[in-house]
Design a protein around this ligand. Structure first.
Ligand SMILES: [Mg+2]
Length: 382
């Protein structure tokens, strides 16, 4: 019995994937609602839409894979980079040669950035190729990664920034009423953080992500001030994100477990973080840090380094689906991050909306779910 809808793949699943014949970048922006005031303010321009930068790759044998590049604020520059710098390097390649294609892209584009949009684009291609590999094998991605430790992943509600006590407390109560038992705040001032912790007491664990606002000196003050709140982790307390010595200085106080990594570009950045003793929790993002292939390497490094592996996921497309599979394939089954907001339309027909703080691991081949073509048509902006 399989209630999952048909995927974009030929009926003869014994076919090899074949060569890549077509690649397309599709930028979708879907309005959301979160009660946060101001609405998500990523680059100084308040927005109430989230981007999903889809990469669709098609092979000569009719397989279609879907990937995602991290994107915000209707990023047409990223789309142009994907189309003009990345796609010409993959057309004609054997889609099964995932590592070889990834190396070709990374080596060829090394001068255009080892962190940032170039790596986001490479990440998207990697995810799409793994989707194709699963579809060609007739297996869900989680099985290609060694198999599932769980059929569901626990999700944490990653609240947007409210900047006011009433708003963050209301969102905390609502998330708890929807069944979440882990909630992450993006507040940066003490009254809001303390109020949300009080609201969640005994009902949900609270993590705090401040997104790199403080000098090391400022972070040390806040680290001490927050110490009694029982936070599960403190994420990215110092500026800039690659200030691993600064993170290590905060971590040395042993008041909080330190989480970071969403702004890293590759395995080697995590090696540097771990060498600096900067982190307790590594947070690579599958749509930023080199895709599924790179996250597998990072998870292995973490296992050998006594660092917890909890991927970052501020994604709503194939990157989120890939993260579900990756998390389910870890013995620790890390919590899945999902930004806490409700969308005007669902790219996956509601199957990525958690129930009681959980999401099922898709079991159809590849990522196991393809995005809804009608939603793409309605919300495509470029
Ligand atoms: Mg974060």
């Amino acid at each position: 019995m399989n209630a999952e809808p048909a995927l974009d793949r030929p009926s003869d699943a014994s076919l090899r994937a074949g060569r890549i014949v077509k690649a397309e970048a599709i930028l979708v922006a879907i309005p959301f609602h979160s009660d946060a005031k101001p609405v998500w303010n990523f680059t100084g321009v308040p927005k109430n839409t989230f981007d999903t930068m889809l990469v669709r790759i098609e092979t000569e044998n009719g397989f279609v894979g879907w990937g995602e590049a991290f994107s915000r604020t209707e990023d047409v520059a990223l789309k142009s980079l994907i189309e003009n710098r990345v796609f010409p390097l993959i057309i004609g390649e054997d889609a099964a040669a995932i590592s070889k294609i990834k190396f070709k892209l990374e080596f060829g584009l090394q001068n255009f950035g080892r962190v940032g949009p170039t790596m986001y684009a490479i990440s998207a291609v990697d995810i799409a190729l793994w989707d194709i590999a699963g579809k060609a094998a007739g297996l869900p991605l989680v099985d290609l990664l060694g198999g599932a430790f769980a059929q569901h992943v626990n999700v944490y509600a990653s609240l947007l920034r409210y900047d006011d006590q009433e708003g963050v407390v209301a969102a905390t109560h609502q998330a708890i009423s929807r069944g979440y038992r882990h909630i992450k705040l993006h507040e940066v001032t003490y009254p809001e953080i303390a109020a949300a912790c009080e609201a969640a007491k005994g009902l949900a664990a609270i993590m705090l992500d401040v997104n790199c606002p403080w000098s090391v000196a400022e972070a040390l003050v806040m680290d001490a001030r927050l110490a009694d709140l029982g936070l599960l982790w403190l994420e990215e307390p110092v500026w800039p994100p690659e200030n691993y010595r600064g993170l290590a200085r905060i971590r040395a106080e042993k008041r909080h477990r330190i989480a970071a990594g969403e702004n890293a570009g590759s395995l080697h950045d995590f090696a540097a973080m771990i060498d600096a003793q900067a982190i307790d929790i590594a947070q690579p993002d599958v749509a930023k840090t080199g895709g599924i292939s790179e996250l597998l390497k990072i998870s292995t490094l973490c296992e050998a380094s006594a660092v917890e592996f909890v991927p970052h996921c501020a994604l709503f497309g194939p990157g989120m689906i890939a993260t579900i599979h990756i998390n389910a394939a870890q013995r620790s089954v890390p919590l899945l991050e999902r930004l806490y907001c409700d969308f005007e339309a669902e790219l996956y027909g509601g199957r990525t909306v958690p129930t009681e703080g959980k999401l099922a691991v898709p079991h159809s081949p590849g990522l196991g779910i393809d995005p809804d073509s009608d939603v793409i048509k309605d919300y495509r902006i470029n």
